[in-house]
Design a protein around this ligand. Structure first.
Ligand code: HEM
Length: 123
């Protein structure tokens, strides 16, 4: 006879990171597909240049799309890197230090990306 059992898992940072990896992966599949098909098949990789970026970013929806793609892909990458590094750093102090360093790195590069997307392309 099968037994059904519900387990309550405390929402720690690790549990949230685990869930985020899966959620961002699901969102990345259609977003990366669209990005790749658009740049390689619709526009053509040889036509990707600053003028194209400027033309796309003239529309707010393209900026929002690119900002979301950057946010999900970069946050997914950093959270995944944290997972990989935690396989080696097992001590509490080392993990705390890594959390802080990765957060600062994530913040710094995200700010650069957001400034780029919000600031747009200077012609
Ligand atoms: C369509 C795009 C992507 C999908 C569907 C995807 C899917 C996933 C999934 C499901 C995991 C969790 C694996 C696990 O915990 O067992 C994972 C881990 C990971 N992903 Fe992605 N990913 C994508 C793009 C990316 C990108 C763009 C990066 C880098 C910027 C990246 C870096 C990583 C890293 C470093 C891990 C951790 C690997 C580990 O724990 O050993 N992924 N990915």
């Amino acid at each position: 006879m099968a037994t059904n059992r519900r387990v309550r898992i405390k929402p720690t940072l690790d549990v949230t990171a685990w869930k985020f990896m899966r959620l961002s992966a699901i969102l990345l599949i259609p977003m990366v597909w669209f990005h790749t098909i658009f740049t390689t098949l619709i526009v053509g990789a040889e036509n990707v240049n600053l003028n194209l970026v400027a033309a796309r970013w003239a529309t707010i929806s393209w900026r929002v799309y690119d900002a979301l793609l950057l946010a999900f892909a970069f946050s997914h990458g950093i959270t995944g890197l944290r997972q990989v590094l935690f396989d080696f750093a097992t001590g509490a102090t080392a993990r705390k230090t890594l959390n802080i360093l990765l957060l600062l790195f994530w913040l710094a590069l995200s700010v650069v990306g957001i400034i780029g997307i919000v600031g747009g392309v200077a012609k």
